[in-house]
Design a protein around this ligand. Structure first.
Ligand SMILES: C[S@@+](CC[C@H](N)C(=O)[O-])C[C@H]1O[C@@H](n2cnc3c(N)ncnc32)[C@H](O)[C@@H]1O
Length: 279
């Protein structure tokens, strides 16, 4: 099997749209009347959920005129947030067919199908034209990408001159300790590629992308997971609707290993923003 097949298999848990709808109903949300905001508890598959997205978008001047690429869009939470909040037109690309199917289903459900298109594909070979996008965002995808140079080169191809690439990934932490598996993005070490921010920056520079911001979000992540753990204990379990729906039966172990990785300095969730050189 190829790496991409292994990665897509890792993220495929089966009947996802049906389970999301059932979880929404259990959480008191009527799927027939839901809005994009109602999906936030369970559609942002990255550290910190919508709070992390709010911080990330705070670095970016997104306008309704922009065309935005969501590289590795998952079930489309980030795409819908950008279209809903800023009015931008968004294209999402993701490797996992089940995620793309659910992304389309949820987007239709909340009446946003005319502003967002989703495609199955790899971020290393995206089914979009050259220089189409003002902004590309990528949240928690690079951990599954071995070749960061190829990634940066492909994103640079899709951006207009002067366009922006905003990344929020789990990167290699400062201690050099090995991560424990499974984690949310990988069942085994062989499909996890944790690189330092400097490696991202070097790969970006080789593709004509200049680093303009770097922010370590480890402290935020530790606080976030501490709050989630306290709420879970208080409620006697996780809420019905949450990102654990995309993580299968080993979700608690995956979260636990991620938190441990933060504690031992193996992992460092980091925001990086790059600008494509103007023509
Ligand atoms: C942790 S999820 C994040 C999803 C989404 N960005 C979000 O924040 O909700 C990682 C996503 O990366 C996708 N992915 C991993 N490798 C990819 C690749 N080579 N090309 C496209 N998508 C990829 C997976 O299918 C999965 O949807």
């Amino acid at each position: 099997m190829t790496l991409e097949t292994d990665v897509a298999n890792h993220y495929t848990t089966g009947a996802l749209t049906d389970r999301v709808k059932a979880a929404m109903i259990a959480a008191g949300i009527d799927p027939e009347a839901a809005t994009a905001k109602d999906l936030k508890a369970g559609d942002e598959f990255h550290t910190g959920g919508v709070a992390a997205s709010d911080h990330f978008f705070g670095h970016l001047d997104i306008t309704s005129e922009m065309r935005v690429l969501d590289a590795g869009c998952g079930i489309g939470g980030t795409s819908r947030l950008i279209a809903d909040r800023f009015g931008a037109t968004v294209t999402g690309v993701d490797l996992t067919p089940e995620f793309v199917e659910t992304a389309r289903d949820l987007t239709e459900m909340v009446g946003m199908g005319d502003r967002i298109g989703f495609h199955v594909g790899s971020v290393l070979d995206m089914p979009v034209g050259d220089a189409e996008f003002d902004l590309a965002v990528m949240m928690h995808v690079g951990m599954n990408i071995a070749d960061k140079t190829a990634l940066m080169s492909e994103v640079a191809r899709c951006l207009k001159p002067g366009g922006t690439f905003a990344v929020f990934d789990v990167m290699a932490g400062p201690s050099g300790a090995a991560a424990l598996y499974p984690v949310p993005w990988s069942t085994v070490a062989e499909t996890s590629f944790l690189h330092s921010p400097d490696t991202y920056a070097d790969a970006a520079a080789a593709a004509g992308l200049t680093e303009i911001l770097r922010e370590d979000r480890t402290a935020f992540a530790r606080d976030f997971f501490a709050q989630v753990a306290a709420k879970t204990v208080e409620a006697g379990g996780p809420p019905p609707f949450g990102i654990h729906l995309m993580m299968g039966e080993t979700a608690p172990e995956k979260f636990g290993n991620y938190v441990r990785g933060l504690e031992i300095g193996a992992l460092a969730p980091t925001e990086m923003i790059f600008r494509k050189d103007a023509a």
